[in-house]
Design a protein around this ligand. Sequence first.
Ligand SMILES: [Zn+2]
Length: 415
Amino acid sequence: MKRRVVWLAACLMAAFSVVAVLRPAYAAVGCRVTYAVTNQWPGGFGAAVTVANLGDPLNGWSLTFVFPDGGQKVADGWNGTFTQSGSAVTVTNAAWNASVAGGGTISLGFNGSYASANPAPTAFSVNGTACTGSAPTTSPPAPTTPTTPPTPTTPTPTVPPAGDAWSPPSTLVQPLAAVWAHQEQTYSNGNLYGFRNYGWDQLFAADGAINYCVRWDSTARVTAAQRDAIHGALQGQYQKWMDQMLDNGQGWNNWPYRQVPVKVVGWAVRDRAQLDWTDNSVDIYVGNINENAPQCAPACGRFFHQDNNYSGCPGGASHHYDHSLWLTAGFGGGAGGDWGQRMGSEYFLSNLNAENIHIFLHELGHTYGLDDFYDWDPTPGRGFLMRAGSATQITDFDKWMFRDWWRHLKSRYGR
Ligand SMILES: [Zn+2]
């Protein structure tokens, strides 16, 4: 089941990396960046950023810069995925502009906000190399001749963080190391740690509780009983992944949450008359169509506001949503990413009481960074949830892949 949804023009639906982008062994980076505020109003501005590639062709790129003033924030960007941590901004390529020829340019833009001043950033880097405005002058490393033919190697486990008790079953140690190495190589153009909107990031930003928007992408009507049953199913299924972090009710490796409350705060529909309830227990968004489907207000969505600034959300931060549950009539399979999970509306409704809503569980796994396994099987023949079609519940291997994410990211959250 697809790890990400269909890409849309100038949209922020970038989940994780789209394809494994292989970099040449040596690429000389040279760049010149022009940054222009194109429009400014009290508290807000638009900016255009042009990157001229003066070096080797780029196959996957990441642009970084730092805002000089602590009040400057990116709100919405286009032609790349914008993330911000403190004053540091990272823009990674969209799928369609990953490749940039030598001499080519990248055109980006964004709308942002500022507090008191809006000075232009002065230093930019591409793929970690400062943009000096000149072509690269360093020479590539001399080629070396291998004395022995390269042999396939078993990946060595990455060095675990200090104090980490990494204790998976011995038979899983090597497959887990292979999976982690593969993810590090293929996610975000080799910069897995540069992405800051995994489910883990969202859960910690929300203090251990998750809010949902249901995108009702169907012409069917929904009863209050169905609404409540969907809420209940989400809570029960979500907790199944959270339970993987517990040993005898205690958090593994300093994991802090025993129960993660899940709340549906909003429903998005085409027509209010589809919803057979009159109470105001959830926010209702009508006719806000994006990607051809109803969507809750972007001002309330974590995907659109990774700085957790929900000041534009009617009702404020308590009405924000972290993930969308996107239920589409007649949709087979599923898709998942940092924006949420998508599957067929008929599938989800007919499995509300299932012990394992396995497509949902698989897609939620993607939200938490877990990979797909279409083309390889790290535990041959054993089957696991994230290898679509080979298991219908979270297995021990899934559990340890999940825990591997936690042990590699937990320092982000001071754990
Ligand atoms: Zn999948």
